[in-house]
Design a protein around this ligand. Structure first.
Ligand code: BV8
Length: 229
């Protein structure tokens, strides 16, 4: 599948969790169809109506706890086991299906549902299943708990580290992402600059599909499993 000692950088999006039963963002019946992005995934939306936002993430946290990793998550865990130290998973997803599927090196660049963040002192702690507006921060005690999620207009996490990985990539694979959101959508260009072989796994070509050398079209549970086999 790849040359030994390859540095394999994987970027995943909502499409890898779709077959586990979690809606994607931009499908007709997707998450953003039920809510305006501005209302539930921006700091301004949280300031305007914190109750709506906290309930939106409580519902997603509850759903994520009910679903299970699918064959695509498990295939990536096998890839990691077969290439110790050479595989990095960067996910835009906020569920924990990669970890529950067996992946160890997962970077949640857009945060994660299981995290809480203090809007005052930036302290982080494990989120309760049901967060309430005004929950106190265990560190500074301010009633300022918010979901540890990167909203639009906020800087994704670990960007320097992620770019380090991209500049060393021999193989870059984007799985189940529509290529609409930056900086994640720009990762393929970085990987190409590093000379990486680039593959897109999706049901259809994404908004940045023309930048990939190879396309594996079909459900990720099938295409990623076949790629790793
Ligand atoms: C930032 C957390 C700067 C929330 C998310 C104009 C040009 C360029 C950029 C911008 C611009 N205007 C504004 C920006 C910046 C903005 C942006 O990119 N906007 C877009 C809309 C244009 N980006 C930001 O704000 C980012 N921050 O730029 O900061 C900065 C600089 C200095 C200082 C401070 C700040 C932060 C963006 C992060 C937002 N948070 N998520 C939450 O999850 O609730 S975004 C959210 O949507 C996801 O996390 C994900 O990242 C994103 C895209 O979703 P996808 O994962 O791709 O899912 P989608 O539904 O779109 O697609 C699913 C795909 O799967 C489809 O292609 C489908 O075909 C495929 N699929 C479905 N089923 C399957 C499948 N594939 C395979 N198998 C299947 N079975």
């Amino acid at each position: 599948m790849t040359q030994p000692n390859a540095k394999i950088v994987i970027l995943t999006g909502a499409g890898i969790s779709a077959e586990s039963g979690i809606e994607t963002f931009r499908a007709e019946d997707g998450l953003w169809a039920q809510h305006r992005v501005e209302d539930v995934a921006t700091p301004e939306g949280f300031a305007r109506d914190p109750e709506l936002v906290v309930q939106f993430y409580n519902a997603r946290r509850a759903q994520a706890a009910e679903v299970h990793p699918n064959a695509a998550h498990r295939a990536l865990a096998r890839l990691e086991a077969e290439h110790p130290g050479e595989v990095v998973v960067i996910t835009q997803n906020v569920d924990d299906l990669h970890e529950r599927g067996g992946s160890d090196t997962v970077h949640h660049m857009h945060g994660h549902l299981k995290g809480a963040l203090c809007a005052i002192c930036d302290h982080r702690w494990p989120a309760p299943m049901v967060m309430a507006v005004g929950d106190p921060c265990p560190s500074c005690n301010a009633p300022a708990a918010r979901p540890d999620i990167v909203w639009f207009g906020e800087m994704p996490y670990e960007m320097d580290l992620l770019f380090d990985h991209l500049t060393q990539a021999d193989v870059f694979a984007a799985i189940g992402t529509s290529g609409n959101v930056y900086p994640a959508a720009g990762f393929v260009a970085e990987a190409r600059r590093a000379g990486a072989h680039t593959l897109e796994f999706n049901l259809e070509r994404s908004a940045v599909g023309n930048q990939f050398a190879e396309h594996r079209l079909g459900p990720a549970s099938e295409t990623v499993t076949a790629w790793v086999a």
